[in-house]
Design a protein around this ligand. Structure first.
Ligand code: GH3
Ligand code: MG
Ligand code: MG
Ligand code: MG
Length: 322
């Protein structure tokens, strides 16, 4: 047990913040129709890991799609084609990254080579030596955990790179890149794209009256009302400060105008509730533009919508100008 704890501690450190195996262990799936052998392996593994057993190939393939860190497949069984299972595991998106240990008779060289060729990460010689198994399993589980950790981190970083931290909406950079692609498509004769620019009215006085934190709360609630009033295909984003942009693929100027009006009404309809119990009325001015074909650019689209905002402000705010 002491040795087990020692190795778990090492694992936690090696993995650089992945979390320790200790306590949780690896979720190890044993696919083997030899019941006695599978039981023995599972019993050994249960000291450190969380093993489960599948006695048939189909059952094993199914179980591997769930929460599993490692699959041990008997490829020397007369009862089923473990090599085929390895090929299947490696070819399916849901199981492609799962480490595989091929459980094999050492003298069975052709199948040993075939198993490695098909993508088994390591082999486990029969009859199984518990200490050797423990070491090989630990290495593979550690690798899997670290891979998961890196992938989560990458996903998180990619998400952060396109998200406005205050509101959770898309950020300006992401919106600009998406709009660029949509404008190019529209220029080639594809669907029209529309843009809304929305600027919160008299926002400076919210900050001046209630403080910057309340200002931030208003921006977050505004973002919620914005996001809930656009369609799933639309891209609501925070452009900066108290200015927001919605990019609307496949949308005409008229349709965009209607959606802008819906947003404007929803923002003004119910007062914003702030954490201190305060409520305050918020309104928004909106400019609308739509792509004009050939020589249009994202900058020009946004500029035209922005001119709409300017006009809306000049006319007294809380309105939409296309
Ligand atoms: P108008 O109706 O003409 O748009 O008036 P306004 O007060 O909304 O416009 P102005 O551009 O003068 O003021 C915008 C204010 O938004 C000023 C700035 O301090 C505030 N602001 C910008 N970014 C943030 C932010 O992230 N949080 C908070 N709380 N305030 C912000
Ligand atoms: Mg502004
Ligand atoms: Mg302004
Ligand atoms: Mg403003």
């Amino acid at each position: 047990l002491r040795e087990h704890e020692e190795s778990s501690r090492r694992l936690g450190m090696d993995a650089g913040g992945v979390g320790r195996l200790k306590g949780s262990g690896g979720r190890v799936l044993v696919v083997d129709d030899n019941e006695l052998q599978a039981e023995m392996i599972a019993r050994e593994l249960s000291v450190e890991h969380r093993p489960s057993v599948a006695g048939a190939l189909a059952e094993g393939l199914d179980a591997a799609k769930g929460a599993v860190d490692l699959v041990i497949v008997n490829v020397s069984s007369e009862g089923f084609d473990g090599l085929r299972l390895i090929a299947q595991l490696r070819s399916k998106e849901a199981t492609r990254r799962l480490p595989i240990l091929a459980l094999i008779d050492t003298h069975d060289r052709p199948r040993l080579l075939k198993a490695l060729d098909l993508g088994a990460h390591d082999i486990l010689a029969r009859p199984v030596d518990p200490e050797e198994m423990s070491a090989r399993v630990r290495t593979q589980v550690k690798r899997k955990r670290y891979g998961d950790f890196l992938r989560d981190k990458l996903d998180h970083n990619l998400e952060m790179a396109i998200t406005d931290p205050l509101t959770g909406l898309h950020n300006r950079r992401y919106m600009t890149s998406q709009l660029q692609a949509l404008v190019e498509r529209a220029a080639r004769g594809g669907d029209s794209v529309a843009v809304l620019v929305l600027d919160v009215d008299h926002f400076k006085s919210v900050n001046d009256t209630f403080g910057h934190d309340v200002g931030d709360e208003v921006l977050r609630e505004f973002a919620v009302r914005l996001a809930t009033n656009v369609r799933a295909v639309d891209l609501p984003c925070r452009f900066g400060g108290e200015e927001f942009v919605v990019v609307m693929p496949g949308t005409s100027l008229d349709d965009a105008h209607r959606i802008a009006e819906r947003i404007r009404r929803d923002v003004g309809a119910a007062p914003f509730r702030i954490s201190g119990g305060e409520v305050l009325g918020v309104t928004v001015s909106v400019g609308v533009s739509a792509s004009l074909g050939m020589n249009d650019t994202p900058e020009a689209l946004i500029k035209r919508a922005d001119e709409g905002v300017y006009e809306a402000k000049a006319q007294g705010r809380n309105r939409v100008v296309a």
